[in-house]
Design a protein around this ligand. Structure first.
Ligand code: MG
Length: 259
């Protein structure tokens, strides 16, 4: 697949998909308290998605290996040392946990995708610092989303923020183009050299998603074939927005304020 630039009306269809994604994140964010299970969150996400006439993007997503079943959840629910692709279950979240929620959906043929990591009740300072640096690295990345800049400018902004604060950048998973497909070229790594890589053009839409660890950045996949955890068991966080490159400011499709 080659890079698919979107025209203005296509970007507005993507805005519609991403505003459903936003609504899901708002509602689920309010639900993240000690005692809730990720299955509760998953069911609520499905309900909101269907009420809006949208199709969940992750449910039934095929694994890269034929021996692994399709993804069973509507959301990816990734607590604590889980980096991404956690599967909803019946374990109650507890005070002091962190939980990454990733959700994507499709409406009118276009996809939206965003992720947020939440504190469950009161969390300790180290966990809060992890959330803050990961979120700030996404903000730094969005600032770079201007025509004429390069993919490497986005990657480097994330890496600089994260490593500057002494945290780790996960290497195995990267951000991606998005549009009529959940995953389109180009890759958007969370590490790299400024001034390198493809030039950003108006109409390019990217899902930018830093994945950050308190300890070492190495990961492993659990036996379910999906759940990616830090190899050293340290906490990991994940934030994501879908962002359109325009002639002017970055257009963040997955939140109400656009820049
Ligand atoms: Mg994504």
């Amino acid at each position: 697949m080659s890079i698919q630039l979107k025209n203005k009306s296509e970007i507005e269809l993507m805005r519609k998909a991403n505003m459903i994604v936003y609504e899901v994140h708002q509602v689920l964010g309010e639900m993240v308290v000690p005692g809730v299970t990720t299955r509760d969150l998953d069911e609520k996400a499905k309900e909101i998605c269907f009420a809006n006439g949208a199709k969940p993007a992750f449910l039934g997503y095929p694994a890269s290996s034929p021996s692994v079943p399709d993804f069973p959840g509507v959301i990816c629910a990734s607590p604590n040392e889980v980096i991404v692709h956690g599967i909803r279950d019946d374990v109650a979240l507890k005070e002091g946990d962190i939980l990454s929620i990733d959700f994507g959906c499709c409406i009118d043929g276009f996809f939206g995708d965003a992720a947020v990591t939440h504190a469950v009740g009161e969390i300790d300072t180290a966990a809060q610092e992890l959330l803050d640096v990961t979120s700030a690295s996404l903000d730094d990345a969005i600032v770079q989303c201007r025509a004429g800049n390069r993919i490497g400018d986005i990657s480097n902004a994330i890496q600089t923020r994260v490593e500057g604060k002494g945290f780790g950048v996960v290497r195995e998973f990267v951000g991606h183009g998005i549009g009529r497909n959940m995953h389109e070229p180009p890759h958007v790594p969370n590490f790299g050299q400024a001034g390198q890589g493809r030039v950003l053009k108006p109409g390019l839409v990217l899902a930018i998603e830093p994945m950050v660890t308190v300890g070492a950045f190495e990961m492993r996949i659990l036996e379910d074939g999906w759940t990616a955890v830090t190899r050293d068991g340290s906490l990991a966080a994940h934030f994501e927005h879908t962002v359109a490159i325009t002639d002017g400011d970055p257009y963040v499709l997955s939140r109400p304020y656009v820049f």
